[in-house]
Write a protein that binds this ligand. Sequence first.
Ligand code: ADP
Ligand code: TPW
Ligand code: MG
Length: 573
Amino acid sequence: MTNDTTREQTDGFHLLIDALKLNGIENIYALPGIPITDLTRKAQAEGMRVISFRHEQHAGNAAAAAGFLTGKPGICLTVSAPGFLNGLTALANATTNCFPMILISGSSEREIVDLQQGDYEEMDQLAIAKPLCKAAFRVLHAEDIGVGIARAIRSAVSGRPGGVYLDLPAKLFAQSMDAEAGKQSLIKVVDAAPRQLPAPDSVQRALDLLKGAKRPLIVLGKGAAYARADSEIRALIEKTGIPYLPMSMAKGLLPDTHAQSASATRSYVLAEADVVMLVGARLNWLLSHGKGKTWGGDNAKTRQFIQIDISPTEMDSNVPIAAPLVGDIGSCVSALVAGLGSNWAKPPSDWTQAIGERKDKNLSKMAETLAANPPVMNFHSALNVVRNAIKARPDAILVNEGANTLDFARSIVDMYEPRKRLDVGTWGIMGIGMGFAVAAAVETGKPVIAVEGDSAFGFSGMEVETICRYNLPVCVIVFNNNGIYKGTDKNMSPQGGDVAPTVFVKGARYEMMMQAFGGVGVVANNPAELEKALDEAVKSGKPTLINAIIDETAGTESGRITSLNPQSAAKKK
Ligand code: ADP
Ligand code: TPW
Ligand code: MG
């Protein structure tokens, strides 16, 4: 007999925790319960930070935002079936937005699940997760945990980032094995997101196209923000002298006040540009699929696109891409900058001047609107306060969701630093607010300002307790216009009865939700009150909710995407 039983043992719990820590992952966004309660306790005991939520969707959204902000996969941990399903929306949304995260869910006994014998929270989670994420894995043996975590990390961050599902049956956690063998089984992932250099001929093709352009434009997307190639991108923009447009989460990659930003004359440049270079931005609905009226109708026939993306199959997804540049943005942009040469000619001045003139005109119009102080606060007068707050604290992170609240904030609130704006992203999804805010505070320690439509806020409102519990420097501003889009809809039934489907309780006291958990709750009826409350919140770092009373007639249906409503689309035809 050997004396194996006296040798030190480890178990599934500790192997998982050790594997995450070995790969530099320090935070877990979770909601405890069978079979992962002990995992959350043991992770905390082993020095990991476990942020415990009130609903898994928000833990998942937090993990996704952590992924975007750090470039490492954010971890969301849930219980089986219902907890897993609650986390799934966030996993799918992360994948859609190319944010790296790993949803780890405990699951029931395989033998019972597969025979459908009715286990506690029985569900074939792996099969359900698969079509909704980039990759899905299950680990059955403790000695495979290291490989499982390594595969999950690589899948989440390499190539086009996205969401990964990791299924861990309850039995796995208690499995024990020799501690030394366990240690040897763990993998420290080397170069998880390897650089991908573009082919030299594709770089030349892109440069040739750019050189011949009379009205060039660069569009920066959130992939460019995620790529952390900030100085390379700045060099490309400034050395070429080409005007650029940031998509919403690329705002701040260069300060929105940059002379070459064409944001203030977006529709003009999209309609008129002859060569457009997309950098980490897809030609999806947010860019009107690269065709149609937005792109100048007939101009679309002669326009040519250059697209930089890590995903080769993104090319030609909507319109032909004349010069695809496949690789990571850092490498592609560096190669372009290196190829510009010393005699690069800036774009024709009639183009940049035309943009400049329109921009000046629109910016002074905007300044006038922002300066107005109507008797009832509207989106503009309230957002002017947020605009000034971000100008004073450019390192603060802005979280933003809603319809009008989103659209107006996107155009009014300038961003000055990269990766400081988190919003509804590719799906225009409501409910990311508090999850994103928690992760932004936890991952960066910076002040977080969450600008929320009152409807949008409702999706994750209970997480204000989480914000208070961890005493996070988050200031939530609820833009309270008594409803979805606005608060003035009428019930069209001849009998009357219920309020319209888009209308909420009038004069709701959202600030009391924060007070209920020991945070600061304030009502702001005008810009001065809003400014004071926001200033105090940012200075003190105390969890704060400002109930900003907005003119309930001010919004429009669906904000700026009204045209996507079937009724208005039918009218257009
Ligand atoms: P936006 O919504 O801001 O327009 P999208 O989410 O549509 O941005 O596009 C992001 C794109 O960036 C995706 O096609 C993704 O493949 C790409 N991407 C993400 N990270 C990188 C990277 N490091 N290098 C190159 N492309 C990247
Ligand atoms: C998961 C549909 C888009 S915008 C919105 C809803 C419900 C709320 C708009 O009202 P809010 O903003 O937030 O008060 P404002 O300023 O215009 O009044 N469910 C999900 N996602 C989406 N996008 C919807 C529903 C929607
Ligand atoms: Mg509203």
